[in-house]
Design a protein around this ligand. Sequence first.
Ligand code: 13P
Length: 345
Amino acid sequence: MTPHQQSLLDTAQALVADDKGILAMDESNGTCDERFAELGIPQTVESRRAYRELLITTPQLGESISGAILYDETFRQQTVEGTSFLNVLISTGIIPGIKVDLGAKALAGHPGETITEGLDGLRERLAEYSQMGARFAKWRAVITIADGLPSRSGLESNAHAMARYAALCQEAGLVPIVEPEVLMTGDHSMQRCLKVTREVWRNVFIQLNCQRVLLEGLILKPNMVLPGLSCATQATVDEVADATVNCLRETVPAAVPGITFLSGGQPCALATARLNAMNLRFKSRAPWALSFSFSRALQQPALEIWRGDAANAKAAQQALRHRAQCNRAARRGEWSEASETHAAT
Ligand code: 13P
């Protein structure tokens, strides 16, 4: 292995070490503003900055969080006292990462499907982020389940774009987080989600191999295998854990160091319970770390407490720390309902 490859491997392993997980705080301005609007928080650059400052200055966050994914605007911001957000993260031992895709756009000729854009000029953007201090990046593809969807071409084009992104990241010395998200929206069964997710992961690894991506130097950020939100038959926590890990075992090479799940709109404690069950049932035999890279399932309680009011900042930070600690416990298979009621100290 070359020193360049070794450094990718070291970063990827550091992101999943010590039972810690990744804080996804890379909502685009549009998504962040939507979440603010729901709670009556002003949708301004300053509110977004103040909220992100609250998140990254949470005391002891680095005990449960290994890395944070930022959005371009946040990546360039500072605390009120003038310390760059990157330096705040680095000084608490949290590895800074950056979302680099430019969003999911309608896929021509494929009603209801999207393709994630952002490859043009990506080499130059990665060079700048790397020079500023990013050590990893993220790209999200979105797959919808519906009648006749996803199409083969939808799966293949997204997997191809994601693999091209991953190769460019590794060239720039950044660990790519590869995030193919099969959405929970719909009334499909868990079996259907399993079938689609298996096809998605197969396609992703075919393309990653074609593009000569070093598997030891990437992180997979997938959905859990779940029934659609409006499916009449919901699944138990153990059924979700079994379906998800068995699907990973069929499709994800052991060389990949870590799987960091997205939460996708699951209730916070349920996402944690499912991650806990995966580790409880499979940790000793799984070749990859089973971890988290949640946005909503880490941040939502904190956001609801904060509501744009500085007086609530401390309580909001406590809520974020609590969710991070619960998810760290889940990585060890040591979370229980009781962990939820013990407020973080
Ligand atoms: P959620 O955990 O809210 O699904 O967000 C993860 C993410 O990074 C979306 O791209």
